[in-house]
Ligand binder design. Sequence first.
Ligand code: KG4
Ligand code: ZN
Length: 374
Amino acid sequence: MARDALILGIESSCDETAAAVVRSGRTILSSVVASQIDLHRKYGGVVPELASREHLRRIVPVVREALSGAGLSLAGVDAVAVTSGPGLIGSLLVGVTFGKALSQAGSKPLIAVNHLEGHVRAVILEALAAGREPALPTLCLIVSGGHTVLYSVRAATEGAVEAVPFRYERLGQTRDDAAGEAYDKVAKMLALGYPGGPVLDQLAVHGDASAIRFGEPKMKGNPYDFSFSGIKTAVLYHLRKHSELEPEIQRRRDAMREQRLRAQELLPLCGRHTLDLVASFQRAVVTGLVARTLSAAEQSAARSVLVSGGVAANRELRETFESESRRRGLEVFFPSRALSTDNAAMIAAAAYPRLLAGEYTGEELNAEAVLPLA
Ligand code: KG4
Ligand code: ZN
């Protein structure tokens, strides 16, 4: 196999239908993402049945657009890579089935990719494009609406970072909600729309983060595990106790029924107390994420830190990681907004070392809702 390889990646594990062409794990030739956020917004979360139906509708045009954007036909790619898990089973099946069909129709090798490995490779892909290279071993925090997990990542062999297979050791994970899920649920309680993360992030700067104290979750066992349901419940109890906030919440709920409001439009509908609550919630989430990640980095002798997934877009999370990592002499890497959320460029990049190693799959490939990264 020539080292210069074009891989078509396909991703459909949750609520984004995506396809991309990446050259040799380094260069994105095209990346198309069809988001379903508008479809799921009125339910305040992803509805699995609607998601798989929408993937079915979008997958053919999305793949076609990715190929044409790269100036290719199926004949021009060296392999087809597809996310086989973890994720929503009905959603995954659409991508897996379509990937199999393409690989057979075009007589191309089929490569199965773990979605979480995709998030790790997304950060590396962009760092390389910017002329930076994360030092290995690295510690990766994947933090999204579906995952909050810490992996120690090592190179399994010598070679260029985009071409070597990785070995993963899971050091910690959430015991209940994912961080993004907590953002979405708190936004729902406060009638601030869906998804909650971006709005809460923008409103938080207007509040006092030290106004309301949320205790650190007391957890026995693994010190690198996360828990967010305690903070979420604390917000709920706070709202119950402060029923004077209810009319304001109702006003926002009514306004949101008319039309979707952005953070700037929601700001005048939020009193000081609400803004303080939002800022304090965000401070508690960010502090917990950064503290555990950096102590896991120390314990695993990581030489860099990668942060990936939708919540990696969070402004306070980035700033806190930047300053805290600098103090410890660790370099921290984030993907751009486009590559922090689900996309297929990360799947194509993750497939490159497998293509070089001849790790192909075939008709037997199954979608797996639960798929640990090894
Ligand atoms: O990775 P992603 O697009 O989808 C998966 O969950 O796989 O992540 C979406 C999650 C949502 O929960 C959303 O509220 C959260 O990421 N999110 C944020 C921000 N932007 C998106 N959370 C906090 N701050 C943000 N700026
Ligand atoms: Zn994801």
